[in-house]
Design a protein around this ligand. Structure first.
Ligand code: MLT
Length: 201
C-alpha cells in the first residue's frame, strides 16, 4: 500500500497509524500525529480504492452504505500490510494506535471488529459502524477515543453511539466526545484526543 513511514525518537515506542478520509491522502493527518505524539513512529497509509478519483479504504455502494465484501477484503489487506511494515521498519506490531478520520476511522473500526490484536488503541474521528450483526473479539485492554459532531450529516449521532456501545460490549475502554459541529475536524477535538492519548499511552 502507498504510505509514508517516519521513525520516531522512541524507536521501540508507539506507532501512529494514520488513515485519511475520502478523497484524502497519506499526508493529510501528519500535522495531527505531530500534535498527538511528536515522538511516535508514524505510518500513514493511502487507501487502495478509488471512487471517482478519490482515494478510500474500501468501496461503498452509496453514501453511508458499505460494500461489505470489499470492506472485509480491505480490512485483511490493511492488517497484512501492518505486519509487513512492522517487519520492514522494525516497529512493535503490538503497539499501533490508529488515528482515522471518517472513511479512515471506519476501516480502523473494522480492524478492531475483525482482528483482535491489530490495534492497541484508536482515535476514531467521525466514525460510523463498519458492520452489523457480527460478534466482536474480546477487546479488553484496547483503548478507543471517538469524537463525533452533533450536526454531522455524514456520520449521524446514532452511529457514534452504536459504535461506542458495540466496543463497550466487547470490553474496550471507550470515551465518546461530542463537538457541536458537523463533519469537519475541530481544533478542540484534536486537543481532547491528545489529552486522552497521554493518559493511555
Ligand atoms: C464512508 O464511506 O466511510 C463514510 O460515509 C464516510 C465518508 O464519507 O468517507
Amino acid at each position: 500500500m502507498k504510505h509514508i513511514f517516519k521513525k520516531g525518537t522512541k524507536a521501540d515506542g508507539t506507532t501512529l497509524l494514520l488513515l485519511h478520509g475520502t478523497g484524502g491522502t497519506e499526508t493529510d493527518l501528519l500535522p495531527i500525529a505531530e500534535m498527538i505524539d511528536p515522538e511516535a513512529n508514524v505510518l500513514s497509509v493511502r487507501g487502495n480504492v478509488l471512487e471517482n478519483g478519490m482515494p478510500r479504504f474500501f468501496r461503498r455502494l452509496e453514501e453511508g452504505v458499505f460494500d461489505e465484501e470489499d470492506l472485509l477484503l480491505r480490512t485483511d489487506e490493511l492488517n497484512d500490510f501492518l505486519i509487513e511494515a512492522s517487519e520492514k521498519y522494525g516497529f512493535d506490531r503490538n503497539l499501533i494506535v490508529a488515528i482515522g478520520y471518517s472513511n479512515g476511522a471506519n476501516i480502523a473500526a473494522s480492524l478492531l471488529f475483525h482482528h483482535r490484536y491489530a490495534l492497541k488503541g484508536a482515535i476514531l474521528l467521525h466514525p460510523m459502524v463498519p458492520r452489523r450483526g457480527v460478534e466482536l473479539p474480546d477487546l479488553t485492554g484496547t483503548a478507543v477515543f471517538i469524537s463525533a459532531g452533533t450536526n454531522d450529516p455524514i456520520c449521524p449521532k446514532s452511529e457514534a453511539r452504536e459504535l461506542r456501545d458495540l466496543l463497550d460490549g466487547a470490553h474496550a475502554s471507550v470515551q465518546l466526545q461530542w463537538e457541536d459541529y458537523g463533519h469537519q475536524l475541530t481544533q478542540s477535538e484534536i486537543m481532547l484526543a491528545g489529552q486522552w492519548y497521554k493518559t493511555h499511552f
